[in-house]
Design a protein around this ligand. Structure first.
Ligand code: NAP
Length: 245
């Protein structure tokens, strides 16, 4: 039996650690060749080296138009095409409305919304020519339910849902699918920054009574990246152990 993603090529942004790294590892495990993009180029290269020859690491700032254009052009030059992009790079700058600065608001909006938009736009240019492609955007349950202390992040993650659906409608007749995933609480460096009390309080609200592992997001990405989901576009999949359903 051929591997699920045999012959496919992918880009994963923010993939030097956390969910992105698990996604890159899983896609390679299913037969894809993957470009790992992250702010820290050396860390991206080290992550790729640990995965093996089917991965390459590059520096990319998803907020920069030039950087994202170079990322896509480089992946196409190296692998001869682009079948999948996972817009995963993200940051948090949590604070109450009382304490959040405009700078913190803008930083989160820019990385998530501008970054995802630049990724969709650059990748779809290549994919519409090829008449196939799968774009996967990482939103969050925070974008569905809203979290206190995350007015910036919840807005950005909800915005990714609207962006996903608009792009899905624009690109469907070109053979390009665009879907989103809303992870719940996942164990990564991002959530390890939470206080133990906040982490435990969140975990207690999950019907499955545990945080998710990055691989449990990566498996859903592999499904959306592959032809197993060939009739799905504009979908928003909650992967949250039942939290926020
Ligand atoms: P993470 O461990 O912090 O990893 C995010 C990666 O993105 C980091 O390597 C980070 O680099 C990189 N990055 C940040 N800004 C970037 C930029 N401008 N250009 C390129 N790369 C950039 O976070 P994670 O938990 O794996 O989260 C991955 C995605 O899932 C994010 O979109 C996040 O919002 C989403 N998510 C996570 C959870 C969760 O519970 N963990 C839940 C829902 C959604 P630096 O370390 O150098 O900043």
């Amino acid at each position: 039996m051929t591997a699920l993603l045999e012959g496919r090529t992918a880009i994963v942004t923010g993939a030097a650690q956390g969910i992105g790294l698990a996604i890159a590892t899983t896609l390679v495990g299913h037969g894809a060749r993957v470009t790992i993009a992250d702010l820290d180029g050396a860390k991206a290269e080290a992550a790729a080296a640990a995965i093996g020859p089917a991965a390459r690491g590059v520096a990319c700032d998803v907020t920069s138009e030039e950087s994202v254009a170079a990322l896509v052009a480089g992946a196409v030059a190296e692998y001869g095409g682009l079948d999948v992009i996972v817009n995963n790079a993200g940051i948090t700058r949590d604070a109450s409305l009382k304490k959040m600065t405009l700078e913190n608001f803008r930083a989160v909006i820019t990385v998530h919304l501008q970054g995802t938009w630049l990724g969709i736009r650059a990748a779809s240019e290549v994919m519409r020519e090829a008449k196939r492609g799968s774009i996967i955007n990482i939103s969050s349950m925070s974008g569905k339910s809203g979290n206190p202390g995350q007015t910036n992040y919840s807005a950005a993650k909800a915005g990714i849902v609207g962006m996903t659906k608009a792009a899905a409608k624009e690109l469907a007749h070109h053979g390009v699918r665009v879907n989103a995933i809303q992870p719940g609480l996942i164990r990564t460096p991002m959530t390890e920054a939470m206080t133990p009390e906040a982490y435990a309080a969140t975990e207690a609200t999950i019907p499955m009574r545990r945080a998710g592992e990055p691989e449990e997001i990566a498996n859903v990405v592999a499904f959306l990246a592959s032809d197993l989901s060939s009739y799905m576009t504009g979908a928003v999949l909650e992967v949250s152990g039942g939290r926020g359903m």
